[in-house]
Ligand binder design. Structure first.
Ligand code: GLC
Length: 543
């Protein structure tokens, strides 16, 4: 496999609104991020994925862009952004930008023009259908309700897969595509190292055939975009593809470089959802399901593509609360998930706060919910007859606010995030869970993440080794091996609150390199795994 710089990199996702507020308006901003670059350098990450900082009316917190060429005033100015690039660069950190090109804001000048008249040159930059007295079809928006909204001005329907303030761009339109590529080149010329591509698997849609994901022209457009923009620039491009399968991930991330570096697949995060429903219809988490999905991706993608490794992002609840135990085994389970992921093959992504074990916060009423997706879902399912209890359980388990609460820096007011009331309430546990209290504490989650990041950088075994599934007699145990030349490591985890006895033969391993309890003893007969215990052993301490 041709080596790439991003094979051995670790990416850190920053949700700027909640990272650090520098100007006392309760919202995080670019200067705030700059002030925390030393921390990110300390953590050892190589790349920042910066969630949208463009001009936006913020109906969907920046995922509704009204000007692709401007930094939104909430986040700062273009000078701030240039300073960020320079300061990050000096610390060996690259920046990739969130690229939202499936849709724009309805306040984007293109849409304002598009909706103004039937013969406006920008009319077909968006997807319009005649008003025949009923909706053009029954396609639904991902954020609830119909995907069609009637626009009074020209009496036609426009299409939107998210809110009606986020009209979908018409990727069939060549001039529109060219405008997008020009904008991408503007940012690449400025020095960004690539893009995280928001819902990129939706751009090839065919609304008349009712195909939204993985549409017929999807790969053609991505190839064209590649040719017109990042080809030859040695970038990191990662597509957000909720519907990715191993088969199409091979197309997206084929090492021939004709499309993207890698994609985010979400199959593993769907294992606690009832199949063929949506994210709100829940079923219990079962470790064996996680193992099945992860083994599949790790083994089948092989060298025909590249994996992205992640548990959390700004759209998903925090893993330690979701599949761990954020009370009695908070530290153990936060560490377990870190260990389980960081020895897999692929590029790890850490979502802000994950490295200190930040947890979800449940709210009592929909009035306390900020997230537009949760709010829309609440009213939609309420109309379908769900009880208040079920609605709030869904919001608290799968809603997006928990991930978006302000970063917990220290024990001072508002967790050191801001001096004023933050846009979203800080988790009240910030006096206990914060960066300051974990820095330098060898037993902390933060220091574990830090040393795993360091380890990966110098280990060809972790970056390029083959992944081998390991079967266990225990349903709750997830173990795997990595092999490279004569070296081998094994990761063993007990994803449960029960103690289990495991009989895997560990005689060939000589050293424990990572663990979340103080000691680990094994014999020929086997070994005990305590609640959420995780351990990594290697055959050779020099690896
Ligand atoms: C992606 C983003 C999410 C956003 C949506 C619409 O899924 O991650 O935050 O709401 O796209 O842009």
């Amino acid at each position: 496999m041709n080596k790439k710089w991003w094979h051995s990199s670790v990416v850190y996702q920053v949700y700027p609104r909640s990272f650090m507020d520098s100007n006392d308006d309760g919202l995080g901003d670019i200067q705030g991020l700059i002030s925390k670059l030393d921390y990110l350098e300390y953590l050892g990450i190589d790349v920042i994925w910066l969630c949208p900082v463009y001009e936006s009316p913020d109906r969907d917190n920046g995922y509704d862009i009204s000007d692709y060429y401007k930094i939104g005033q909430q986040a700062g100015t273009m000078e701030d952004f240039e300073e960020l690039l320079k300061e990050a660069n000096q610390r060996g950190i690259k920046i990739i930008l969130d690229l939202v090109v499936n849709h724009t804001s309805d306040l984007h000048p293109w849409f304002i023009e598009s909706r103004s008249s039937l013969d406006n040159p920008k009319r077909d930059y968006y997807i319009w259908r005649d008003n025949k007295g009923e909706l053009p079809n029954d396609l639904e928006a991902i954020f609830s309700g119909s995907a069609w909204t009637l626009d009074e001005e020209t009496d036609m329907y426009y299409f939107h897969l998210f809110t009606n303030n986020q009209p979908d761009l018409n990727w069939e339109h060549e001039d529109m595509r060219k405008d997008i590529y020009e904008m991408m080149n503007f940012w690449l010329d400025k020095g960004v190292a690539g893009f995280r591509m928001d819902v990129i698997d939706l751009i090839g849609k065919d609304v008349d055939q009712k195909i939204t994901e993985n549409g017929p022209k999807l790969h053609e457009y991505i190839k064209e975009m590649n040719e017109a923009t990042f080809k030859g620039r040695d970038t990191l491009t990662v597509g957000e593809t909720w519907g990715a399968t191993v088969e199409n991930a091979k197309l997206y991330s084929n090492p021939d470089n004709s499309e993207l570096s890698m994609v985010f697949q979400f199959e593993h995060l769907g294992i606690d959802e009832i199949p063929n429903t949506d994210r709100w219809n829940l079923r219990p988490f079962e470790p064996r399901r996680l193992k099945r999905v992860m083994d599949h991706w790790q083994i089948e993608l092989g060298n025909d593509g590249w994996n992205s490794l992640f548990w959390n992002n700004h759209d998903t609840p925090r893993i330690v609360s979701r599949w761990g135990n954020d009370k009695k085994y908070w530290k153990e389970s936060a560490k377990l998930f870190g260990i389980l992921l960081h020895f897999m093959k692929g590029t790890p992504y850490i979502y802000q706060g994950e490295e200190i074990g930040m947890i979800n916060l449940d709210v009592e009423s929909i009035k306390d919910v900020e997230d537009i997706q949760s709010r829309n879902m609440y009213y939609d399912y309420q109309a379908k007859g769900w009880s208040e209890e079920r609605l709030m359980a869904a919001v608290n388990t799968k809603g997006r606010d928990s991930a978006r609460r302000p970063m917990q820096w220290d024990a001072s007011k508002n967790a050191g995030f801001t001096n004023v009331t933050p846009w979203l309430e800080v988790h009240p546990n910030y006096k206990v869970i914060n960066v300051e209290s974990q820095k330098g504490d060898k037993d902390s989650i933060l220091e574990l993440y830090r040393s795993m990041i360091q380890y990966r950088k110098q280990s060809e075994l972790v970056v390029y080794g083959d992944y081998l599934a390991v079967s266990s007699s225990q349903d709750k145990v997830y173990a795997y091996k990595r092999t490279f030349d004569n070296e081998e490591l094994i990761v063993i985890t007990n994803i449960s609150e029960e103690e289990v006895f495991e009989t895997l033969d560990l005689s060939k391993y000589s050293n424990v390199i990572f663990q979340n309890y103080d000691d680990f003893k094994y014999s020929k007969e086997g070994f005990k795994l305590r609640p959420y215990e995780a351990v990594v052993l290697v055959t050779n301490s020099e690896s």
